[in-house]
Design a protein around this ligand. Structure first.
Ligand code: ZN
Ligand code: ZN
Length: 152
């Protein structure tokens, strides 16, 4: 299953309650089942879905993310009210990356700004046209043809 499917990412207009409810219904779960899988109280699920709880602690967040089969970053983004594109962005270190190979997961961490190997600033877009990187399976920017590894 591809957890980065777009229908699983939160809509910009959605509250955390709306989002969790939508994901729960998508999986065909009722609140009680979701609470059991996520390891949190049924009342907590009810409060979150009704919008009475908008801040999730890390236990609830991790439990709900795994129960709903969505990245925990999605829940964090929806709690913050920021678009999820910002958290699922591809990033890489130009000097360390080998073109044609997947980026190291450590570069992809939302909080990562610099390479853990060499300290170089991570790049999330084409150095030439500034288009964001759609896939690092490509060696070249599909928009302008500049090699991603260029100008390292
Ligand atoms: Zn590096
Ligand atoms: Zn480009």
């Amino acid at each position: 299953m591809n957890i980065l499917q777009s229908d699983k990412s939160p809509n910009t207009s959605e509250t955390v309650g709306d989002y969790i409810k939508r994901m729960r219904l998508m999986l065909g779960l009722n609140q009680k089942e979701l609470a059991a899988i996520a390891g949190i109280h049924l009342q907590s699920v009810g409060k979150i879905e009704r919008g009475l709880t908008t801040k999730l602690n890390s236990h609830s967040k991790n439990g709900l993310a795994s129960a709903l089969q969505v990245p925990v970053e999605y829940l964090e983004a929806v709690c913050r009210g920021t678009p999820v594109v910002a958290v699922s962005q591809l990033k890489f270190c130009a000097p360390c990356w080998t073109p044609g190979t997947p980026p190291d997961p450590l570069w992809m961490d939302v909080r990562a700004k610099y390479c853990f190997l060499c300290g170089f600033a991570l790049r999330d877009r084409c150095s030439h046209c500034q288009e964001t990187i759609a896939s690092l399976k490509h060696r070249f920017c599909p928009f302008c043809g500049t090699a991603y590894k260029a100008e390292a």
